[in-house]
Design a protein around this ligand. Structure first.
Ligand code: NAD
Length: 409
């Protein structure tokens, strides 16, 4: 069992003390509204029946419909989903998109399933949660090991019982009511957040060195955009291996390989032992894979000037304390990776209005949202004399608290 929810609670508690929130309010804001566990029985290609367990946790909807991704991973359990759902509540509030927070997950290793098995599993899970979701109730999106195809199946299965509602899920294929720019949105948001931080300390992205862990949706787009903007990507890695070159890696080559091979396995770049990736010297370290990778031991040894959390909860509270003591700034997940939910919001707006935007508009609105949120964090950080993460939680909890109060308990 993970202790991810307890970890988020520690960050929450730190900010709640800054806000001087009473214990009743703290309890109310922290407690998830609804938790659903779904048994998914799936006919496998060999004729056998396999059973998978899925979850959907709806944390808070005082600022709008529940919103949050769907993850397929063997380590998924209720505690992890609960933690990720609460992070979504704070994330949507930090960037000011009119949603609450939710998360879903199925405990499964999708690499062991064929395409048709994955489709049947997604449809079965959708049947299990269909009464709780909807474009004005709860809107899933992609997360680890789920993609636009999985979202298309979810939309289609929902439509069988509820009719045409493309806004029931975001991160759909562009050919099927998705938004231009959603695919790269989280990575682009990570880069905008980094640019804003660098600007605040009088530096520029061009020439800045990056190490990026994870080469899936978030990591690969982050590396690509950093490279396009003249940043130097010196380290990358995924679950199959890690690569490092202080002179800068061939990012387009790695992207082309990963597009073909669906991972970095077999790429000819200069490889290093995977556990050394996070410890390579760089200006900016972007963990963009799984949670908990920067614990106290890693935090003591890493040699980055700034950590930008592309992944959700990549830093443990113990790791966070060490980084703070070492003076290494951390742009927290609930701000740094909020570009994804921001463009999910734009996709939902387009679906509701049946009017589709050009890529330039999506980018400009994302840019504006991320930069405005950063300005808000700077002000909150200064007003309370706290670190970036606490500033982000203070901002978010304040907004959700105010919305709950205005609605009445
Ligand atoms: P993904 O499935 O597309 O990619 C995950 C990547 O992590 C893959 O490259 C995988 O190889 C790598 N990885 C897995 N285990 C690893 C290990 N032990 N060591 C090194 N690398 C490993 O997932 P994603 O959508 O890119 O999500 C990555 C992180 O970003 C997650 O924490 C997710 O919750 C978070 N996130 C995603 C989005 C989004 O829009 N997709 C938005 C916000 C936050």
């Amino acid at each position: 069992m993970s202790h991810a929810f307890a970890d988020v609670s520690r960050y929450f508690g730190r900010a709640a003390r800054v806000l001087k929130l009473g214990s009743d309010d703290q309890k109310l804001l922290e407690t998830p509204a609804r938790e659903l566990r779904v048994e998914c029985n799936v006919r496998m290609d060999d004729g056998s029946v396999a059973t998978f367990i899925g979850y959907r946790v709806q944390h808070d909807n005082s600022r709008g419909p529940y919103k949050g991704g769907l993850r397929f991973h063997p380590s998924v359990d209720i505690d992890e989903v609960r933690a990720l759902a609460s992070l979504m509540t704070w994330k949507t509030a930090v960037v000011g998109v009119p949603f609450g927070g939710a998360k879903g997950g199925i405990a499964v290793d999708p690499a062991k399933l064929g395409m048709r098995e994955l489709e049947r599993l997604t449809r079965r899970f959708t049947q299990g949660i269909q009464d709780l979701i909807g474009d004005d109730k709860d809107i899933p999106a992609p997360d680890v090991n789920t993609n636009a195809q999985v979202m298309a199946w979810l939309m289609d299965e929902y439509a069988r019982s509820h009719g045409f509602h493309p806004g029931v899920v975001t991160g759909k294929p562009v050919e099927l009511f998705g938004s231009l720019g959603r695919d790269e949105a989280t990575g682009r948001g990570v880069v905008i957040a980094t640019e804003e931080y660098l600007r605040s300390v009088g530096r520029r992205l061009a020439g800045t060195t990056f190490v990026v862990q994870g080469f899936g949706n978030v990591g690969s787009h982050t590396a690509r955009i950093v490279h396009e903007l003249g940043g130097k990507v010196v380290g990358i890695g995924d679950h199959t291996g890690a690569f490092h070159d202080p002179a800068g890696l061939d990012v387009p080559g790695a992207l082309a390989h990963a597009a073909r091979a669906r991972s970095l396995a077999g790429w000819g770049g200069p490889s290093i032992p995977p556990k050394e990736l996070l410890l390579q010297p760089c200006d900016v370290l972007v963990p963009a894979a799984l949670g908990g990778v920067i614990d106290a031991d890693v935090a003591k040894e890493l040699r980055a000037g700034l950590v930008v959390e592309g992944a959700n909860a990549p830093t443990t509270p113990e790791g966070d304390e060490v980084l703070g003591a070492r003076g290494i700034a951390v742009l927290p997940d609930i701000y740094a990776n909020a570009g994804g939910v921001t463009v999910s919001y734009f996709e939902w707006v387009q679906n509701i209005q049946h009017f589709y935007w050009e890529a330039e508009r999506v980018r400009a609105e994302l840019d504006k949202t991320m930069r405005q949120a950063f300005a808000g964090l700077v002000a909150t950080k200064k007003a309370h004399g706290v670190d970036w993460r606490t500033a982000a939680f203070v901002q978010a909890i304040g907004r959700v608290h105010r919305a709950s109060e205005l609605r009445g308990y």
